[in-house]
Write a protein that binds this ligand. Structure first.
Ligand SMILES: C[S@@+](CC[C@H](N)C(=O)[O-])C[C@H]1O[C@@H](n2cnc3c(N)ncnc32)[C@H](O)[C@@H]1O
Length: 481
């Protein structure tokens, strides 16, 4: 279960565990996301503006956060690199393990924190370590020094090709460089400054894995996944299903909002299909979702269709090769220990505002992040885009992995645009998205509940019309109506 307090912050270096203990401790590490101890804050502009910050102090040698993602072999990493937008490579972490190159692909917006940690090669305060748990490697950040409350968590990505380093840029905000991504690499040798405990953890890295067959790892993860009878998603849905009556919030789009929503002739699906069908050749560039688009919020001129088209066109499925660890399986399987859904459920169920329980992203921490200064037009687009994405997601069986990936990125940018005071809607959207991913196992009633909830999320994205009308109070008169 989830830790309720920051008491198990980690692995103090005071008592180096023996090998058996290390395995147990390692399991603890990956079971724990340390809710309440990390805050996502803005360090600049653009998609890569986020950074991870300590909430409370962290001691040297402590475990800080896991870099979570899909564990894939180098062949699969190569395949994904070809079909992903270049910016996704920012989330690839390559490392050696049992004589082979592996990769944690954290490009999916799964709500985890490790993927948001920025690079600092001169004075990093953390260091990445491999920790083997039940035959699988996990990448975990450990504090290299005492870290103060409010300090940004950083580590050295490795390599020398990070553009921000070359330009002596320290933060995404200051970077004029496009989102050219340098992937992270980790050498196998422990560094001299490692604590005894860290050395122990590193020593584990060098032990041969219990299984050298990649597929076994995949099987293992799948076996550990919650049983179909009791998935976190179902629990989430259950919790949500039972509450609509208690909510004073109108779960049905009002007339006014319906006006803004795509018309019947223009459903999300139709819009999506239209975009796909009619404009496939608009972009000659393979990366239609250009760096500019990735870095900037969608401009008021961009239609949802255009944005969707961008996402879709950029990533034709080029490979039918079945990956050693199938992307689909890896991506869809909820992590056995603590899925985003579970964490989100926790956050929603406990009503962060009223609870002393440190929810994953507590209200306080969400509010700490700066608000995106969206225009009403942008918000309007976000709403439309969300509807489009939802429609695409409904048809996910026919989506390629790369399209799913693009959709996840777009979802992220939508989440960013939901006003921060509506943090519960943001969380809810993340939950819904996770549930939608597993829609094959959802019942009709569950699907319907999800649709209603989506509407309630849309409700919380400020409409364009309201503000627009304020700006043009005399429009009707001018038109002589
Ligand atoms: C794994 S992501 C880190 C989280 C990222 N900041 C975000 O908001 O998603 C890596 C990307 O963050 C940005 N980044 C990381 N460290 C940086 C630094 N020191 N200066 C500028 N940009 C950095 C780069 O765009 C990089 O490709």
């Amino acid at each position: 279960m989830f830790p309720t307090a920051p008491t198990n912050r980690g692995l103090s270096a005071k008592k180096p565990p023996d090998e058996t203990e290390t395995t147990t401790t390692g399991k603890e590490i990956v079971n724990t996301w340390f809710k309440g101890l990390m805050a996502i804050r803005s360090v600049g502009s653009g998609v890569f503006r986020r950074g991870l910050f300590a909430v409370g102090s962290i001691c040297k040698g402590d475990f800080v956060v896991e870099y979570r993602g899909d564990l894939i072999d180098d062949a699969e990493a190569e395949r994904r690199r070809k079909v992903y937008h270049p910016s996704c490579a920012a989330f690839f972490f390559l490392f050696k393990w049992i004589g082979k190159t592996w990769c944690i692909d954290a490009s999916r917006e799964d709500g985890s924190f490790g993927r948001l940690v920025n690079d600092e090669h001169r004075h990093p305060n953390c260091r990445m370590k491999k920790v083997e748990v039940e035959g699988s490697p996990h990448l975990c950040l450990f504090a290299l020094k005492d870290i103060k409350d409010g300090e940004e968590i950083t580590y050295d990505y490795g390599g020398n090709d990070c553009p921000w380093r070359i330009k002596n840029i320290t933060h995404p905000a200051k970077s004029s460089h496009p989102a050219v991504m340098s992937e992270k690499r980790m050498e196998e040798a422990p560094s001299p400054q490692d604590t005894p405990q860290q050395m122990t953890l590193c020593a584990i890295d060098t032990h041969p894995a219990k299984s050298s067959h990649p597929a076994v790892m995949s099987e293992k993860r799948m076996e550990e996944a919650p049983s179909p009878q009791d998935t976190p998603q179902q629990m989430t849905l259950c919790a949500i299903d039972t509450h609509p009556a208690k909510s004073s919030h109108p779960a049905v789009m009002s007339e006014k909002r319906m006006e803004e929503a795509p018309s019947p002739q223009d459903t999300p699906q139709q819009m999506t299909l239209c975009a796909i069908d009619t404009h496939p050749a608009k972009s000659s560039h393979p990366a239609v979702m250009s760096e500019k688009r990735m870095e900037e919020a969608p401009s008021p001129q961009d239609t949802p269709q255009q944005m969707t088209l961008c996402a879709i066109d950029t990533h034709p499925a080029k490979s039918s090769h079945p990956a050693v660890m199938s992307e689909k399986r890896m991506e869809e399987a909820p992590s056995p220990q603590d899925t985003p859904q579970q964490m989100t459920l926790c956050a929603i169920d406990t009503h962060p505002a009223k609870s002393s329980h440190p929810a994953v992203m507590s209200e306080k921490r969400m509010e700490e992040a700066p608000s995106p200064q969206d225009t009403p037009q942008q918000n309007h687009q976000m709403r439309k885009l969300l509807q489009v994405l939802w429609g695409m997601k409904t048809q996910q069986a026919s989506n390629t992995d790369a399209q799913q990936q693009s959709m996840a990125h777009l979802l992220e940018s939508i989440l960013w645009h939901i006003p921060l005071k509506n943090h519960q809607q943001r969380k809810l959207l993340q939950v819904l998205w996770g549930m939608k991913t597993q829609q094959a196992s959802n019942t009709d009633a569950q699907q319907q509940s999800m649709e209603h909830l989506l509407e309630s999320v849309l409700w919380h994205i400020p409409p364009k019309v309201k503000l627009h009308r304020k700006k043009h109070p005399g429009r009707q008169q001018r038109l002589g109506r």
